[in-house]
Design a protein around this ligand. Structure first.
Ligand SMILES: NC(=O)c1ccc[n+]([C@@H]2O[C@H](COP(=O)([O-])OP(=O)(O)OC[C@H]3O[C@@H](n4cnc5c(N)ncnc54)[C@H](OP(=O)(O)O)[C@@H]3O)[C@@H](O)[C@H]2O)c1
Length: 290
């Protein structure tokens, strides 16, 4: 099973690729940086067509994204270019290819707002990052595709990429005052579990859009307190507050991104863990740092 992963040099890619290599000996990473097996300007249609013609994948996993929410808001053209047009190039190749190729597009829980947990149909787009990721979902669905709306945490394997849990640890250790929101809710998975679920997805190839997160989400402040508590870290420099009470957020962010994961569980025959289970699953990775 030849699998091409585009955007593999990021946070999720660095955990996902080793997991995929356990189930396939043909995992090829493709992207603009030297760390990839194949270097290619994925923003250039001719370049990506040429490379995919050579590689002939039967699965493409797209992880390329501009995830900086403020940057997406201030530079929507760039957000559209990275989050939508690169995928448009991939989808056009699949449409014109004579071979069958299934696409896995990683989307986000950011497409929701209002009271969760949300079903897949309850989209509410509130900023340009969400808009561009949702536009990408529509592009992906032109071909055989699984769109996974997700969020994740866990120890980064890339020096320059920082996950939410890395950020919490750094702030606690720097011993500076920092805020966490008690009215922003989410239901992420650990990157390990997410990678495991993506491995199942590429075998089963379910069609359409799926929420993929943990059960029983938490507020960001409750998550951080629980995480710090499990690591026996002193967290008195962490202040729980309402997102409405801070002025440093440039861009509107959704308050409740919790997802109803019933569809994924039913169609894939799996039982997803609770968020507390997921926190427990990453604690060992942080003992050394903490
Ligand atoms: N991080 C989160 O908490 C989170 C939450 C929910 C959903 N997601 C989604 O999960 C997916 C993976 O996220 P991630 O956190 O792993 O992202 P990431 O660490 O920012 O990595 C993104 C990847 O895209 C590549 N990339 C960015 N701009 C590019 C461009 N113009 N041309 C070619 N490649 C480009 C990056 O390459 P370089 O590293 O070489 O720049 C990197 O390989 C994304 O679809 C994201 O929307 C992420």
């Amino acid at each position: 099973m030849k699998i091409v992963v585009i955007g593999a040099s990021g946070l999720l890619g660095s955990v996902l690729v080793p997991k995929l290599e356990l189930i396939s000996n043909e995992v090829i990473t493709l992207g603009w940086s030297a760390s990839n097996h194949y270097r290619c300007d994925v923003g250039n249609r001719e370049s990506i067509n040429h490379t995919l013609d050579i590689l002939k994948p039967i699965i493409i996993i797209n992880l390329v994204a501009l995830t900086d929410i403020d940057l997406c808001e201030s530079d929507p053209r760039q957000a559209f270019k990275v989050n939508v047009q690169i995928l448009e190039n991939i989808v056009s190749w699949i449409e014109t290819s004579s071979r069958i190729c299934h696409l896995v597009q990683i989307s986000t829980d950011h497409v929701y707002d209002g009271m969760g947990p949300h079903l897949e149909s309850q989209v509410m787009l509130t900023n340009y990052y969400a808009f561009s990721k949702y536009a990408a979902e529509l592009v992906a669905l032109r071909v055989s595709a699984t769109v996974l709306r997700t969020n994740f945490f866990g120890k980064s394997k890339r020096d320059k990429k920082v996950s939410f849990t890395d950020w919490i640890i750094k702030n606690i250790k720097d011993n500076e005052f920092f805020f966490l929101f008690n009215d922003v809710f989410f239901s992420p998975l650990s990157m390990e579990t997410l990678a495991q679920m993506i491995s199942i997805v590429i075998t089963e190839k379910p069609q359409g859009v799926y929420n993929l997160g943990s059960r029983e989400g938490l507020s960001k402040s409750a998550f951080a307190l629980l995480f710090a508590d499990k690591l026996n870290l002193e967290s008195s420099n962490m202040k729980a507050t309402s997102i409405d009470d801070v002025t440093f957020m440039k861009t509107y962010r959704p308050k409740d991104m919790r997802m109803d994961v019933t569809k994924f569980e039913k169609h894939l025959g799996v039982s997803l863990p609770t968020l507390e289970d997921e926190i427990d699953s990453v604690i060992d990775d942080y003992y050394e740092t903490a």
